[in-house]
Design a protein around this ligand. Sequence first.
Ligand code: NAP
Length: 304
Amino acid sequence: MTAKIISGTDVAAAIRQECRGRTEILQAAGTTPGLAVIMVGADPASAVYVRKKIQACADVGIASRKYLFPASANQDDVIDQITALGADPDVHGILVQLPLPAQFDIKAVLSAIPREKDVDGFHLYNVGGLVIGDTVFPPCTPYGVMRILDFAGVEIAGRNAVVVGASNIVGKPMALMLMQREATVSVCHAKTRDLAQFTILADILVVAAGCPNLIVGPMVKSGAVVIDVGINRLPDGRLVGDCDFESVSRRASMMTPVPGGVGPMTVTMLLVNTISSAEQSVAIAGQGTAPRARRPADAGLAIS
Ligand code: NAP
């Protein structure tokens, strides 16, 4: 078997086209969606991610603002800035670029973001909403994976899904989203004994561990759908995922590549969450009803 390659770049392009339509409707109603990005320190990788997010906003008509603090910044000053943005009606999403310098208490900073502007979906309220299957801002990377699965027409209910990786930003919310769609979900992590005994049962295998070549062909069920979230830079400069692409793509029926798979979706889902927040603010302000109908792919995930 040779896997059909699912291009996250193509899925992201289709979703961005939808985003442009939604921002046009909002603008016609007098609201431009706004995203504020806060970065502390000068981590080069973070600077690249922030630049990409700002460019992506411009691409779909979201107004973005960037707030840069030095690595020596006082945590209270950053929290004061977040509080001010929380009260600013032109800002619909607030994002704090991680990682923060070591002296920062990440939980304290993230919980300063009002939940209705938490477009990264890291606020405890949004995490809790995910647990009970309520409507929240879904964290962008797993949300992007769900949209890829839907775009590719993958049946989720009743299938065995295995998530390799249990981080707060990818693995755990991924498992919850798959459970919400009625998959039978197993979560593996660094202390899992005999990883292959789990992965071989997966109809849907999502790998987010940050270990190149962690998953090789014989660990994959024939015909499985494999989503490789991992991004690893090899010593020779190549960017690879967590799966050995060659052997896994011979077992899987569908697979995402690295690069060009989940990566382009993460930033795109940030745009989707920011626009959803703006739509919600318009509805709450009573300027009209929410100016779009929910689409099936958003059901149970977007803000109601
Ligand atoms: P993380 O916080 O380091 O978490 C890694 C998870 O993988 C942990 O739960 C860890 O287990 C588990 N793990 C590590 N080694 C393992 C092994 N040998 N077998 C099984 N599980 C193992 O990383 P993350 O932020 O979730 O990111 C994971 C990967 O996805 C990274 O490569 C990252 O660059 C990539 N990523 C990509 C995107 C994107 O847009 N494509 C977005 C975010 C992250 P323990 O919990 O036991 O330590």
